[in-house]
Design a protein around this ligand. Structure first.
Ligand code: HEC
Length: 214
């Protein structure tokens, strides 16, 4: 269910961003009549898309264990700015505003895929977190927060996108490491992780499990 909603959200975002880009090009070409025709012809479908975009976005935000994280907040601001620039830009045939509108939508797209306001890839953030944290437990926790929390949740029990409950997992260390390196089903494989990063994560998952067994 959550995976289906996520894919739908993703698809609509891509189509909507292309639509904004198309309007941008028409404004640059100074084709006011074409712009009005696009506006008239897409009125109903646009409303459907906007409702779907908002609906799926809010659903994912409410359901996801990562909830209202910093990047989601920035994503909302980027989208609101993008829409405002779009409305004023198409009205005034202003290509600078249309450029910034398109930029905001593209930025929001990459925010969604990297989950970082600086658009830094997850692998890089994991490597940096490993080097920066003072001890093994903090290293494990920080990597877990970056890579795993969005499905498993802070305590391992969130079960977002059918993620297994880590608190009751019976797997041994090698099997956990195998899961991390290979992934399974919806869970991605983390082949970018270095062996020492996998090992602190395995320890951290044992820590989460032990919290529950005490
Ligand atoms: C996109 C969501 C998602 C993310 C992100 C994710 N997982 Fe998972 N995880 C799952 C799903 C789904 C399963 C169940 C897979 C199956 O067995 O079919 C799972 C299963 C597991 C299991 C096996 C538990 C058991 O007892 O069978 C472990 C261990 C695990 N995940 C650890 C991690 C770690 C560590 C990370 C971060 C590096 C992580 N996961 C990131 C979705 C995710």
């Amino acid at each position: 269910m959550e995976t289906g909603i996520l894919h739908t959200h993703h698809l609509i975002v891509v189509i909507y961003t292309l639509f904004v880009l198309l309007n941008f090009i028409v404004v640059i070409a100074k084709r006011r009549n074409a712009l009005l025709a696009i506006k008239a012809k897409t009125r109903i479908i646009r409303v459907i898309f906007e409702v779907l975009l908002l609906g799926t976005g809010i659903f994912l935000m409410v359901k996801s264990p990562a909830g209202l994280s910093e990047y989601i907040f920035v994503k909302w601001i980027a989208l609101i700015l993008g829409v405002v620039f779009f409305i004023v830009g198409t009205k005034k045939m202003n290509s600078v505003l249309m450029f910034f509108s398109t930029l905001m939508f593209v930025y929001a797209y990459f925010l969604g895929s990297t989950r970082d306001i600086m658009l830094k890839p997850e692998a890089m953030r994991v490597h940096d977190a490993y080097l920066a944290a003072p001890d093994e437990q903090t290293k494990g926790k920080d990597i877990y927060t970056i890579a795993c929390l969005r499905c498993h949740g802070e305590d391992g029990k969130a079960g977002f996108r059918k993620a297994k409950n880590l608190a009751i997992s019976e797997l041994n260390d090698d099997a956990i490491a195998g899961y991390i390196k290979m992934g399974r089903g919806i869970m991605p494989s983390y082949h970018y992780m270095k062996e020492e990063e996998v090992q602190v994560l395995v320890k951290y998952i044992n820590h989460i499990r032990n919290l529950d067994r005490k």
